[in-house]
Ligand binder design. Structure first.
Ligand code: CAA
Ligand code: FAD
Length: 382
């Protein structure tokens, strides 16, 4: 076992850290306050290979491995969680699925612009009545004689929905077959029949724009079916395995930012004649924060390493996502507490970290769903 990162991995971490510190961190408060989509920063990330980290260079990406993806995501999330949400959807939910299941034409047509950050990608699985229970979707795609499909229905909570050019969509092609009746499609949002709802106001990751989308007689050409008809649910689950590594990394980034701010504060702030970091109760919290951060990072790197070796990593990705997101929630909560009144103030970023961290326990499968995936895989029972 080798705990050292390669030169290439350290290089991409460095690039992500530099952009995060120079461009993303200084504008994070503004983006949180206004909810403005950070298009300029996304373009900069794209120009530096960070919107398609694992995408081969021939399709416009950086051609790096999953470990590099983790390292870059942590840096971006430490500067601003909302930016890392946009980055993760482009990288893992959009590009990854097309690279794994797409045809050569689909890779050429859809991946390049997204990997280069010139356009934004999205992933549409959830519907108003079906989130965790994803196979209960109602959005329908009906096959026509010429092999095209006509899509009707709604998808909700679509990250980057308000700005996406292309979307990986999941729709029911045979409702009688349940999970095996779902098919994946590639959607061009400039075509007729595609509609966007209003951007949702949210507790955190406010600069990541999310909305409902609707399809009204939207026509998908036969060459825009991703994978085989009926294979869509497996594609969605496979893509989410990789996505969960990204969300774990995001959770680590926001938790690290809260931890580092706390380490500074406990040395400076005094009470009862000493730094608050000298109190044993504070020290216990610092120690627990450190343990949770390290455990989260190691578990996430393990899942990423397995992915890079083309081994199955479903359980490991869920273990990483569950551990890191719950660690992020605990660490940001304790960081606010240790900062006292200042932790609650908008003068510091702590309250933003706390609000942003919460989403990591909800999207790409709630903590309950991660526990369900882990326990089902461990016991074989359901
Ligand atoms: N890889 C490949 N195939 C998989 C799989 C995986 N990880 N997990 C399940 N499958 C296959 C199963 O093998 C099964 O196929 P067979 O019948 O041929 O064996 C089929 O899929 C159905 O599986 P289940 O019976 O386990 O399905 P289920 O209805 O019980 O649901 C679930 C399983 C884990 C709860 C799943 O529905 C799930 O993950 N729900 C959460 C949804 C989610 O994460 N949504 C995220 C939306 S995207 C998002 O949130 C983006 C963002 O925030 C930025
Ligand atoms: P529900 O499924 O209704 O769950 C409600 C509660 O019941 C949860 O606590 C859940 O854990 C619990 N529960 C449900 N089933 C079980 C069970 N079997 N056992 C125990 N507890 C259970 N989706 C996309 O497709 N694309 C996106 O880009 C996207 N981006 C998002 C961005 C944001 C900001 C948000 C908030 C959501 C986004 N989502 C997206 C949707 C997200 O994946 C879902 O919100 C999430 O999967 C939970 O689904 P739900 O909201 O319908 O909750």
């Amino acid at each position: 076992m080798d705990f050292r990162f390669t030169e290439e991995q350290l290089m991409i971490q460095d690039v992500a850290r530099r952009i995060s510190r120079e461009k993303i961190a200084p504008s994070a408060e503004h983006h949180d306050h206004t909810g403005e989509f950070p298009l300029e920063n996304i373009r900069t990330l794209g120009e530096n290979g960070l919107m398609g980290i694992e995408v081969p260079a021939e399709y416009g990406g950086a051609g790096m491995d999953p470990i590099s993806y983790v390292l870059a995501m942590v840096e971006i999330a430490a500067a601003d969680c909302a930016h890392s949400t946009i980055v993760s959807v482009n990288n893992s939910l959009f590009c990854n699925g097309i690279l794994k299941f797409g045809t050569e034409d689909q890779k050429q047509k859809y991946v390049r612009a997204i990997a280069e950050g010139k356009e934004i990608g999205a992933f549409a699985l959830t519907e108003p009545q079906s989130g965790s229970d994803a196979t209960a979707m109602r959005c329908k795609a009906v096959r026509q004689d010429d092999g095209s499909y006509v899509v009707n229905g709604k998808k909700s909570w679509i990250t980057s929905g308000p700005v996406a050019k292309y979307i990986v969509l999941f729709a029911m092609t045979d409702p009688d077959k349940g999970a095996k009746g779902i098919t994946a499609f590639l959607v061009d949002t400039t075509k007729p029949g595609f509609h966007r709802g209003k951007t949702e106001p949210k507790l955190g990751i406010r600069a990541s724009a999310t909305c409902e989308i609707e399809f009204q007689d939207y026509v998908v050409a036969p060459e825009d079916v991703l994978g085989e008809e009926g294979q869509g649910f497996k594609i969605a689950m496979g893509v989410l395995d990789a996505g969960r590594i990204g969300i774990a990394s995001q959770a680590i980034g926001v938790a690290r930012a809260a931890y580092e701010a706390t380490l500074e504060y406990v040395k400076e702030r005094k009470a009862f004649g000493k730094p608050i970091g000298a109190f044993q109760m504070t020290q216990a919290k610092i120690a627990d924060m450190k343990c949770k951060l390290d455990a989260s990072l190691l578990l996430t790197l393990r899942a990423a390493w397995l992915k890079g070796q083309d081994q199955k990593f479903t359980t490991e990705a869920s273990v990483a996502k569950l551990t890191a997101s719950e660690a992020a929630m605990w660490i940001t909560h304790q960081a606010v507490q240790i900062h006292g009144g200042m932790g609650y103030s908008k003068e510091m970023a702590l309250e933003r970290y706390f609000r942003d961290a919460k989403i990591t326990e909800i999207y790409e499968g709630t903590s309950e769903i991660q526990r369900l995936v882990i326990a089902r895989n461990e016991t074989g029972l359901r």
